[in-house]
Design a binder for this molecule. Sequence first.
Ligand SMILES: *Cc1c(COP(=O)(O)O)cnc(C)c1O
Length: 315
Amino acid sequence: MSSGHPTYLWWNGRQVRWEEATVHVTELGWSTVGAVFEGIRAYWNEEAGEAYVFRLREHLERLSRSMKLVRLEQKHSIDELTAAILQLLRDNDCREDTYINPVAYRGAGPRSFSGFSSDSQMFIATRPMPSHLLTGKTVKARVSSWRRISDDVMPPRVKNISNYRNSQLASMEAALDGYDVAILLNTQGKVAEGPGACLMLVRDGKLITPDLTSSILESITRDALIQLARDELGLVVEERTVDRTELYIADEVFLCGTAAEITPIVEIDHYQVGEGTIGPITRRLEQLFHDVLRGKDPRRAEWRTPVGLAQLARA
Ligand SMILES: *Cc1c(COP(=O)(O)O)cnc(C)c1O
């Protein structure tokens, strides 16, 4: 890191210096409508002197599905992108919790309205993003008056940039009304998710989360937490339609995602959730998730890709 940005980013197959990665201003506009992206995290482990990228392959596979869905040509293989990301993290000396942001988009300027006329391009940028796990962070939520986009309008299951106008409208409404975060219902009036994170709740010791056809994003964190809850904590997990009023009488509710990690919700529409603090099951899951992410718990080693910083330090 120098002067507030990393030294390098990756752009169309090469590592380039940050300052050199520029496009002409007329590329703004339609080029971003067709863009898709990924949000990936690397977690720093001080004792090991190593950073671990969480479920890198799964994220790149999802990027590939996102690109397929919006008909963007895939010019780089998953193995190539994996190597590029690890190289970038090493060369940017990312010895801290880091967010990794690949964006695939159509180049070719202002007139690509049809979405076909242009060239598939991609960049990958990194930036520091400290974890808030185990810090006691909690949020207050409102159920948005905006509905989550439905699959017959836009593809909610992938990280399609245009989808996030819907998320922004809900987030701005929540903020203006004095809440920290929005919860969106889908067009059936059932619970979908937050603006950029999935939602889970606990009732009678069971973990419940909207199913993958509830207009939610196919979240990798959601999948990881379902596996950890079932296999490591022995919890019953239900993936099903969730009613709005279940939010109000739940024992625990939290958001989950790469950016949100686990974010406990302690109040929804002025209903206190449980005791109004982080609930016991959320706490257990949060501790386990944290330890697995950082490699402090040896389980699920297949989810952690070491960046190679430890080896570099020894050399
Ligand atoms: C990224 C995202 C999530 C969480 O997905 P992860 O793979 O866990 O990061 C959930 N909802 C939306 C709308 C998202 O953009």
